[in-house]
Design a protein. Structure first.
Lengths: 221, 221
DNA sequence: GATGATTTGTACGTATGTATA
DNA sequence: ATATACATACGTACAAATCAT
């Protein structure tokens, strides 16, 4: 049923491989090597690489082998920062723009996450968490905002995942979600924004505690 | 001195053509036609098109001719909305992060725009305006934020340009800049954000007055 | 609905640029 | 500094898909 082009399948595969850390940052990506590896010619590889470069996952220098974008710690911090603001904005707008059905759904979904927390099911929580945040993106009723929030979130995803494994982080995260939901239902958009900003700030801090100063790797020359 | 690849020159040419409305939205872009038009083969054309698709300027469907992205009025409004928030955030952060030199430079540059306003030199003001806003992006000291602000601004540019031609808009715009600068120098980041948000909101409203409901063009089928 | 014209998707060979010995 | 190695950049041929007839 799904029509897909070779470039597309390669693109998604490579995306997964990079986000899933199966391709380490800094790795050099040889067109020819990838081509035989995927059993395709170099052309679709090239096009996939372009798109990856556009989304920031690989770095592309003229006439040089593409690199899996090295995770610049500074840039990462910047993205977390912006992510918090984007999501805070989403929360604020969602408070103002969500209709009754969306509010009810958000509240219900939030409550449905309680058992997951009780069971300490990190994998399930992670999945539900994405849904939760996405509901708020949607609630903001701004497609462009949703788009940049999603793409930022996607790029942060691999760095964000671990923090949920911190002791008691699940329960705390769920509490923070609760504050956000409460603010939204109450119609207090500033409180919603602040709660969301706080939620993401804590996420980042937890992360910093867990993965202290991953060495910045190779500084070329 | 500048080394450039064929794909790059084609990319910038096409970008200019699209942003400059020489290629109308909805136009179908034939690879082969573009190829001979640029005196190149289809390969660099294709790669340029991918990158344009990534930046949202063209739409790319499998096995179908690429389209110059039709300017969806809703999406445009959404982008204006987000742009205002992004720039407000930049202003807020710049207030907190700019060093003394940057503050002085911003203030000086702002003042240097006064003669341009007096002469009603729209072209010069437009150019200076970009510099002004960019100085604030830089002041925020967040490369990622700057990146998405710039790309949003770039895509809005063609829709934004005309409004400066509205009567007395130059003078008003300059006044609004003044409020932003004052707030930043005063160290009031909330005021700076609000002033910036207001500035962009007025920009949008002026635009709406000038170009009332540009007909949405051809609805295919 | 099938067929042909047109256009994109893919393969691969050659040219060119970059880095290293 | 020159030459050599190696990967991309570009060109062209062919396959596959879409649209019109």
């Amino acid at each position: 049923m799904k029509k897909t082009t070779r470039t597309d399948t390669i693109l998604t595969r490579l995306t997964q491989d990079i986000l899933g850390k199966r391709l380490a940052p800094g790795t050099t990506l040889d067109e020819t090597r990838l081509a035989e590896q995927f059993g395709a010619s170099r052309t679709p590889i090239r096009e996939a690489l372009r798109q990856l470069a556009a989304s920031g996952l690989v770095e592309l220098r003229p006439h040089r082998a593409p690199l899996v974008a090295p995770t610049n710690d500074l840039r990462l911090a910047e993205m977390f920062d912006v992510m918090a603001e984007l999501e805070a904005l989403c929360a604020s707008r969602a408070t103002l723009a969500m209709n009754a059905a969306q509010r009810a759904e958000l509240d219900a979904f939030h409550r449905s996450m309680a058992p997951i927390v009780r069971d300490s099911d990190v994998a399930a929580y992670r999945a539900a968490n994405v849904v939760f945040h996405t509901m708020i993106y949607d609630g903001a009723r701004n497609g462009y905002l949703k788009q940049i929030a999603l793409s930022t979130r996607e790029r942060l995803a691999p760095h964000r995942g671990v923090q949920l494994e911190a002791p008691a982080r699940l329960a705390q995260s769920h509490l923070e979600h609760g504050e956000i939901v409460t603010a939204i239902l109450r119609g207090d958009h500033e409180a919603a924004a602040n709660a969301m900003r706080r939620h993401l700030t804590i996420t980042r801090e937890t992360l910093a505690t867990l993965a202290p100063a991953r060495t910045s790797g190779d500084l070329p020359k």
